[in-house]
Design a protein around this ligand. Structure first.
Ligand SMILES: NC(=O)c1ccc[n+]([C@@H]2O[C@H](COP(=O)([O-])OP(=O)(O)OC[C@H]3O[C@@H](n4cnc5c(N)ncnc54)[C@H](OP(=O)(O)O)[C@@H]3O)[C@@H](O)[C@H]2O)c1
Length: 238
């Protein structure tokens, strides 16, 4: 029987690329996002495998919409959160900070809680989130982005510990990309930018291996190490 996955935030970017990889490998994939026409386009590529649902993760009905999507799929084995916001905010405009927090922290927590309760009731499953290498340190150009990604990685550590203590075969994967060529990345000449298709294949492999943490692409583990261990006096000058 085919495995079932839901990707929250799969109308574009990494979520879309991962939905395609999963569909090509026999999964039934529920995809969400606010832009229905983009979700429908993905459905036309794999009509038998892709099940779109227009859903805003920040909306109070988001959990009910996930319940409906599970019913449509006929179950759930893998739940991936790829919805995220990251905008350059040199002027420190509070409305940008607040919108980032609403999606990357408030809605993220709601989605993770939904997934945790679903998989605990079921007794098995796999929960994954796309955080970022940016989770490792603060950043002056995108302070809320880096901070919310640190929250996400830290939250996943807590959830991982919870499943371990409960002795349940529920896996977690914290996916930490560097730069991936999607709408979110602004600017040109960005170093080590990976095509989203390559990133999605590496994410799929990590999910198959049930890795707790994965850097995408692999070389970004080095940057994350340097970033994490950089002395404070050096970091503040960046
Ligand atoms: N690209 C990178 O270099 C990079 C690096 C590190 C981490 N990441 C992370 O990867 C994840 C995916 O980003 P991406 O690069 O693939 O960018 P993207 O192409 O902009 O994708 C973001 C996805 O999130 C969805 N989304 C946004 N707000 C939503 C909401 N309120 N409710 C439901 N879905 C929502 C968008 O769909 P709609 O607009 O249709 O709602 C879209 O499908 C993010 O968490 C991002 O922080 C990206």
């Amino acid at each position: 029987m085919s495995k079932k996955a839901i990707i929250v935030g799969a109308s574009s970017g990494i979520g879309k690329a991962l939905a395609i990889v999963l569909a090509q490998r026999g999964y039934k994939v529920g995809i969400t996002g606010r832009r229905g026409e983009m979700l429908d386009e993905i459905k036309t590529l794999y009509p038998e495998a892709i099940f779109p649902m227009v859903s805003d993760a920040t909306h109070p009905d988001a959990e009910k919409e996930l319940d409906s999507l599970v019913t449509v799929l006929g179950g759930l084995d893998l739940f991936v959160i790829s919805a995220g916001m990251g905008v350059l905010n040199k002027a420190l405009d509070y409305s940008i900070e607040n919108a980032t927090n609403q999606l990357n922290v408030i809605a993220f927590t709601k989605m993770v809680n939904w997934g945790v309760h679903f998989f605990e009731a079921q007794g098995h499953g796999h929960l994954a989130n796309i955080s970022s290498v940016a989770s490792r340190r603060g950043g002056r150009l995108t302070p809320s982005y880096n901070a919310t990604k640190a929250y996400q990685s830290n939250y996943f550590e807590g959830v991982r510990q919870r499943f371990y203590k409960l002795k349940l075969p529920i896996h977690t994967t914290d996916i930490r990309p560097g730069f991936v060529d999607t709408d979110m990345v602004q600017g040109s000449g960005i170093f080590w930018m990976a095509p989203k298709e390559k990133a999605a294949k590496q994410i799929y492999k990590a999910l198959q291996r049930k890795k707790a943490v994965v850097y995408v692409t692999k070389r970004w583990a080095l940057i994350a190490f340097i970033f994490s261990n950089m002395p404070k006096w050096m970091h503040k000058r960046m």
